[in-house]
Every structure is written in C-alpha cells, then in structure tokens.
Write a protein that binds this ligand. Structure first.
Ligand SMILES: [Zn+2]
Ligand SMILES: [Zn+2]
Length: 563
C-alpha cells in the first residue's frame, strides 16, 4: 500500500509491502494474552532514520563535571545539559539505583513526553563505552585498548581518529575498516597491512593511494588491480624501479600527495566499479554489504538476513529500521544502537547485553520485559523505572499502549524534539544536515554551546608549518594547528607524530572532524539511483548517482572483467 510521509516538510510517497505488514504482525507484543498490533509507519524510511539518528551523539566530546562526584570528566553530554551525568565507573556500579527515579504514568496524557522526561532525570553514563583500556576519549566503543578519538571502534588497539575501526591495530584516520594494521587514511578496507590512502581494498600490504585492489603489495597510485606487485599508477615495474619511483615522492608533502591523487583520480575513472560494494551477498540492495541475504536498502553492514532499512549492523536477522550494532540481534524494529543478543526490542536506544521484549527503553543492559525505562541493568517487569509483578506489569503496559493508540504515539519512535541531544551534535546532522533555522522551525533542539578554547602555547596556521615531516620540531605537541577549512584548532598527540615521522607523512592540516567529513564524502551516500550497467545495459540500483562519472557495472559484468 502507498503511504504519504506525515512530516509536513517531507510529504514523500513510500510503499508498505505485504511483507512489511507481516513483519509488523510478527513483532507485535502480547500482554496478558492479548496482542497489541504495531501499526504501519506514518513516516517515510528517511524521516524515520533521521528521527532515530537525532537521538545519538557519537563524536562530540565535551569536558564537564560529574554530577555524582564533581570530578572533571569527558562526556558526550555538554556542560549546559541539565542531566545527571555520571562517570562510567560509577554508572556501572551499585552506588546508585535507577528504580529510585520511578514514575507512575499518567494514562490520560500523551505517554512519550512522560518517558522523555524520565530519560532526563535518570543518571546517564558519560560515554557509551564498555570495558575499554586506556581510552578515555572514545565513544560507542567496547573492548578497545589505547585508542584516541575513535567511535564504534570495538576491539581496536592503538587506533586514533577512526570510526568503526573494527579489530584494527595501530591504524589512524580510517573509516569502517576491519582487521587492518598500520594503515592510514583508509576507507572500507579489510585485512590490509601498511596501506596509506586506500579505499575498498582487501588483503593488500605496503601500498599507497590504491582503490578497489585485492591481494596486492608494493603498489602506488593504483586502481582495480588483482594480485599484483610493484605497480606504479597501474604499470608493472621491477622492484628496483618501483622503489626509485616511490622514493621520488618522499618525504611526502601535502603538495606531493595532491599531485599523486590527481593522477590517481584520472586512473580510477577509467576502471569499472561494481554497482554495490561488498561480497558474498544474495538478493541485497544497498551498499557496503557483506555476507548478507535478503537485505533491502541496508548499508554498512555484514551478516544480515531478512533485514530492511538497517545500517551499521553486524549479524542481525529479521530486523527493520535499526541503526547500529547487532552482534546477534533478532526481531528488532525502530531502534538506535541495539545489540549483543537483543531480541524483540522496539523503539529503543542504546539497549544491549541479552535484552528481550523491551519497548521504548534507553540505556538499559541485560534487562527483559521493560517499557519506557532508562538506566536499568538486569531488571524485569519495569515500567517507567518502577518495579511491578509480571501481572501488574502486563496490565499497566496494556493501559499505556491503549492510551498511545489514542494519541497516535503507539508504533512511533520518540520524536527528535525529545532527544537529549541538540540536532547539530547528533548523528542526524551528518546524514541529514539542516541549518539552525530549519531545526528550530521543526521545533527540534539546537545548541549554540561552544567548548572553551584549547590551552596551548600557540596556535599555528598550517601554511606556517614546514611542509616536510623531517623539519617538524617536537614542540608541535605543545601547539595547536588551525584547521585550514574550519579554523577550529586541534592538537597532535605523540603517538601520531611518531607514526607520521616513521612513514614520512605530513602533519594534517585539517581538524579531525573535518578529516572525518572528507573521508565520508569519498564514500557513496546511503541512497540508490536507477542506472544501467555500462557493459550489458541491464538496469541496476546503485549508490553511484546517475550524474557521476564512474563506469558502473552489474555484478556479472564486473566479475567477468575483474577476475
Ligand atoms: Zn518523510
Ligand atoms: Zn552488466
């Protein structure tokens, strides 16, 4: 059936299929023997995603004081926020009890604002992290060691300025890489070692400026190669000649890199590109997908089965409209950051660790059968942070759902206006950028908070830095560099300086946020266009927009050409 997005500024038509209806039926909860059907969505898939992303701040870190101890802490919650922010050690301890914040819901008023209010009262953890070692400046990260300004970097070690740097080691400024080591400025690379400026590469080592290469080593400025060595701008040479050519670029300066990139860019456009990046997929649409089956409009995920409108998920089955996480997630609908064995969790945010049957919850771990709760660990039958018996819980939740059906809230993820984050600091701003005026016009939240300026000896403009790393003094660690694009000053840490010196790479001229933005701009957007395969003319749905100059092939034509 055709629906029209109910957001007045959108009004886009979208389709709800019979399979979608079956899915909503399948995940609808039952209380006291009665099923409470989840109605079909009223917003289009993009507006639903934007609404979810507005509830998460992934990479804006602030200094503030802990509302428990008064200590200075690093947090995703800016100091102006009227929330109880606890340092993670305290949050995870039993020095406070989330059930003391319990409310009895008023069943005659809209329910979501009551849940939203509770979420601003229950203490929150300063950063969404678990079990990291020596990594105070990371967020949405678990089991990582010695990482700095990384996000979603589970199981990474000695990584700096990366996002979803999954199981990587000593890798800097990289995005969505897996199991890479000693890499720099890599995007969507897997199992690479010592690759600098790589994109969409697998099992390559000791390469510089490569894209779409598999199993190559010692290649410079190459594109679309398979199992090659000593190639310089896609031309094979002897090991000796190769080394002499590469040495002619050293030490690398920004100018030398820009020159090489310009030549590489021309070469890239001559190579065919596969319509969708990823391998071992069956019946999928989207991009950056691996080992997935029956995934529709999904992005940046692996090991999905029967999923729709999901992004950044790993190992998930039967999930719709869920961004982030997975790690064995099943029957999930309309969630943000739900994982580690979560089953039947809907309309929730940051819920993990073997959770089941959770509705409208946030920041809950290992809990089951809860509704509208925040900050719970290993609890059952709680509603708005109040403990009930099983029967009372089911009766009370039924009453709330009845009320939500009347107000039109049932089946809707909480609106962006109830987010604890301002739109500009949320992930929504990255994927659906809006101006301050547009945000305020929609009655969403905006913040003009500016963190205090860095305390440094001096702030230096990039043009005043020596172009070669060989001439950079140790003193740079006491200075800040003014970002060439955004003017935002940033610092260099000892570990990265050592890395640049070792690789003879130049000091970055852009703030880490700007570097992230530029990497994201090199990836395809999370959107599909209809094109035809440049070889066989078969219709394809691809994230390469129709105007883009790349040669785009369907799977079959690509495999025929590239292997
Ligand atoms: Zn819409
Ligand atoms: Zn084709």
């Amino acid at each position: 059936m055709q629906q029209t997005c109910k957001n007045s500024w959108c009004g886009q038509a979208f389709e709800i299929t019979d399979e979608d209806l079956k899915f909503y039926e399948k995940i609808s909860p039952e209380f006291a023997g009665k099923k409470y059907p989840i109605p079909p969505p009223t917003l289009c898939p993009e507006c639903r995603e934007q609404r979810r992303l507005a509830h998460v701040n992934r990479s804006h870190l602030y200094r503030r004081t802990s509302d428990f101890s008064g200590k200075e802490i690093i947090s995703i919650f800016s100091p102006e926020k009227k929330l109880k922010v606890y340092e993670n050690e305290i949050w995870w301890s039993d020095q406070w009890d989330p059930l003391t914040y319990g409310h009895t819901a008023d069943g005659t008023k809209p329910i979501l604002p009551q849940i939203g209010k509770l979420f601003t009262e229950v203490p929150v953890m300063a950063l969404f992290n678990e079990a990291n070692e020596n990594s105070p400046y990371v967020n949405t990260t678990g089991w990582a060691k010695n990482c700095y300004l990384c996000y979603g970097a589970d199981y990474s070690e000695d990584c700096y300025y990366g996002e979803a740097v999954y199981h990587c080691r000593n890798t800097l400024d990289s995005h969505s890489c897996q199991r890479c080591e000693q890499c720099y400025e890599c995007i969507d690379c897997n199992d690479c070692f010592s690759v600098l400026y790589g994109q969409n590469c697998n099992q390559c080592n000791d390469c510089f400026l490569i894209d779409n290469c598999i199993g190559c080593h010692d290649c410079f400025g190459c594109s679309g190669l398979r199992h090659k060595e000593y190639c310089y701008f896609n031309e094979e040479c002897s090991a000796k000649d190769y080394q002499a050519k590469v040495n002619s670029h050293l030490p690398l300066t920004h100018l030398a890199i820009a020159d090489a990139k310009a030549k590489w860019q021309v070469l890239k456009l001559q190579q065919p590109h596969k319509f969708c990046i990823g391998v071992k997929n069956e019946n999928v649409s989207g991009n950056y997908l691996w080992q997935s089956k029956n995934a529709y409009l999904c992005f940046d995920s692996d090991d999905l089965e029967d999923c729709k409108y999901c992004t950044n998920m790993r190992t998930a089955k039967d999930c719709h409209d869920t961004n982030y996480w997975g790690h064995s997630g099943e029957l999930l609908y309309e969630n943000m950051a739900v994982g580690e064995g979560a089953i039947q969790v809907h309309f929730s945010n940051c819920v993990w660790g073997g959770t089941e049957n959770m509705l409208y919850c946030a920041y809950c771990i290992g809990s089951k059968n809860c509704f509208g709760c925040s900050g719970l660990r290993h609890k059952q039958y709680c509603m708005l942070n109040k403990q009930y018996s099983k029967d009372d819980y089911e009766r009370n939740v039924s009453l709330l759902i009845e009320q939500m059906r009347k107000t039109g809230e049932w089946g809707e993820f909480p609106p962006a206006s109830l987010s604890v984050f301002a739109y500009g600091e949320s992930l929504a701003q990255e994927f659906f950028p809006l101006t301050r005026e547009e945000v305020l016009r929609r009655s969403w939240q905006w913040s003009d908070y500016e963190p205090p300026v860095l305390q440094v000896e001096k702030i230096i403009h990039p043009k005043d830095l020596p172009p070669s790393i060989d001439d950079i003094p140790d003193d740079i660690l006491n200075w800040a560099i003014e970002c060439e694009a955004t003017k935002k000053p940033f610092k260099i840490i000892k570990q990265e300086l050592d890395f640049y010196r070792n690789r003879r790479l130049p000091i970055p001229h852009f703030h880490p946020d700007e570097r992230h933005r530029r990497r994201m701009a090199l990836r395809n957007p999370r959107k599909l266009w209809n094109r035809t395969c440049a070889s066989c003319q078969k219709p394809i749905a691809t994230s390469y927009s129709s105007e883009r100059p790349e040669i785009v092939y369907c799977e079959e034509c690509y495999l025929k050409t590239m292997y």
